[in-house]
Design a protein around this ligand. Structure first.
Ligand SMILES: CC(C)(COP(=O)(O)OP(=O)(O)OC[C@H]1O[C@@H](n2cnc3c(N)ncnc32)[C@H](O)[C@@H]1OP(=O)(O)O)[C@@H](O)C(=O)NCCC(=O)NCCS
Length: 160
């Protein structure tokens, strides 16, 4: 999501949002995610080159509806395990769109992109013990626990 779109989302300017995005963004977005949008916008302001590593919309091919969002936590090396060259992933699918495989498909596609375009081989992710859906997504993707807990979250890693 480019800086101009993040600005429109932060301003709540629905007309500008519609003009900037080629897909349909629900009126409820960003909602709870406003803090994340603000953070990502600030990071792009400091260094525009980090944009590809930050926020992306998950868009359904059939009707071009945004069904969630995904991001790395920053460029390679920015991750909870401080592994050089590793990328950390985070994913959210809107409640009405869950259990359709979207998080799993998106995470796989994003890791393929990072591997193909930037030769990234190690991925990191984290979730809490009570997040059954996210734990299941980690398992489906092949992530394994590293044994670390950071800020109460279980750390997972995947080498591809
Ligand atoms: C985690 C999240 C992104 C998953 O998105 P999704 O598109 O529904 O994920 P998928 O459909 O690819 O896979 C979900 C899997 O979890 C399973 N699942 C969902 N809810 C579950 C629950 N309460 N208990 C057990 N399994 C559950 C699904 O059945 C599915 O597994 P399956 O394919 O074996 O049937 C989504 O639930 C979400 O946005 N949650 C809130 C934000 C969040 O917690 N993000 C992760 C932070 S670490």
């Amino acid at each position: 999501m480019p800086a101009s779109l993040l600005d429109a989302l932060l301003a709540g300017d629905r007309r500008r949002i519609r003009g900037l995005a080629e897909y349909r963004i629900p009126d409820e977005f960003p909602g709870d995610a406003v803090g994340l949008i603000r953070l990502r916008r600030e990071q792009i302001a400091v260094d525009p080159l980090v944009a590809p590593w930050l926020l992306r919309a998950i868009v359904r091919r059939e009707d071009l509806a945004m069904v969630g969002y995904v991001n790395f936590h920053g460029p390679p090396g920015v991750n909870d395990t401080m592994s050089a060259g590793a990328l950390e992933l985070g994913w959210t699918v809107f409640p009405a769109e869950r259990r359709r495989g979207y998080a799993t498909e998106t995470a796989n596609a994003l890791m393929d992109w990072a591997n193909r375009e930037h030769r990234i081989k190690r991925f990191v992710s984290s979730t809490t013990a009570d997040n059954a859906a996210s734990l299941r997504v980690h398992a489906k993707l092949g992530f394994v626990r590293t044994g670390e807990i950071v800020d109460g979250e279980i750390i997972f890693a995947l080498d591809r």
